[in-house]
Design a protein around this ligand. Sequence first.
Ligand code: BG6
Length: 465
Amino acid sequence: MNLRFPDGFLWGGAVAANQVEGAYLTDGKGLSTSDLQPNGIFGDIKPRVEGDFGVKDIAIDFYHRFPQDMKLFAEMGFSVLRTSIAWTRIFPEGDETQPNEAGLAYYDRLFDEMKKYGITPLVTLSHYEMPYGLVKKHGGWGSRDTIDFFENYARTVFQRYQHKVKHWLTFNEINMSLHAPFTGVGLPEGSDKQAVYQAIHHQLVASAKAVKACHEIIPDAKIGNMLLGGMLYPLTCKPTDVMETLQQNRDWLFFGDVQVRGYYPAYMKRFFKQNNIALTITEEDKAALKETIDFISFSYYMTGCVTTDETLNNKARANILNMVPNPHLASSEWGWQIDPEGLRYLMNELYDRYQKPLFIVENGLGARDTVEADGSINDDYRIQYINDHLVQVREAIEDGVEVMGYTSWGPIDLVSASKAEFSKRYGFIYVDRDDQGNGTLERRRKKSFYWYADIIKNNGATLKA
Ligand code: BG6
């Protein structure tokens, strides 16, 4: 098969404000939920006290160093960069009526820098953070008021950047709230299902309202959702395993179903009943949900299995999503099972289900890197991982799936989300910093930097099948 990708395919990388920017109180920024999670998205919430320190407070200092980093992205030939806006730079507490001009001006500078190199911005409105002020004063997404605060924020940034940003995403990995409710919807860990699904409902309505606002304010823009693509396989062909897998995949596909179809899927009625969940859904909410997204975006790192056999079920689970390990797959050092073909499978499933263009907005290998005595970093494992996944993306395109682009996760090393560590690196660009926050923050090209530049230059033709 010719591995060249279709003309116009967008190539690049993806970062998130709270994992790269640092400058956590600079230019009037307020505290976000992420600022209270020094140990990552599943970690304990720690109130901030003066003089304390978290590794994300500086992160890789992208806030000040982005011009230099953009130059490196351009050197690799990026045509797209996914990043997020920190809501707290625009509305520090979340419930103000007037935005913070210094925060708005920062993203003007960032998008202008991208334009200089012809890099298309793909912007997430909320990536694993919200103003802590909204949590404290309003109960996060548990409150219906948060819908209005978010809509005001979304309208503000659409107005401001309407001539600079034409590709938007609403909530990063919106289905993650099922696993990390504080990160996703600002509710305490251990909140019951009733509370979590009500908060999720508010967020789904807010997402649809942002879609409407985007369509009104920037008619030539495209706005998508963002799903954590956690595809599950049955561990065996036992019909009960197959049925259980269908159910568990629906747990996350539910979000896409609402965002693409504009209403709750029929299967959720039974789920809510069985779990004693009674949601408050108004007629106005139902009308709002009808405004649906233009494309599907998703992250893809791994797959996992489902079994109804309790003896197997009790085995150590493979990864942060507690998936049952697949005996046919190898794992990364962090227990994430590597499954390139699963990406092709997932893309086909999503495209068959939704018939909307797809955008792979996260994929990559978190690994420890070694800096050799001569300063080089020979990350062949990362090259292999991305090569194998891109080959499967190309296969999916051949299958007929419409794909807008691919942004690898963390093209420059950044703070990991799950544990807020630095040693789990994804980058083509190395950043000198360790888990304790020591290091010069100097940037250095890894072997994969040159490899990815070549893939982009040849539009995929030099991939190895
Ligand atoms: C996704 C998130 O879940 O996975 C990113 O959207 C995150 O924010 C990425 O960084 C990789 O996870 P981790 O824990 O290895 O950083």
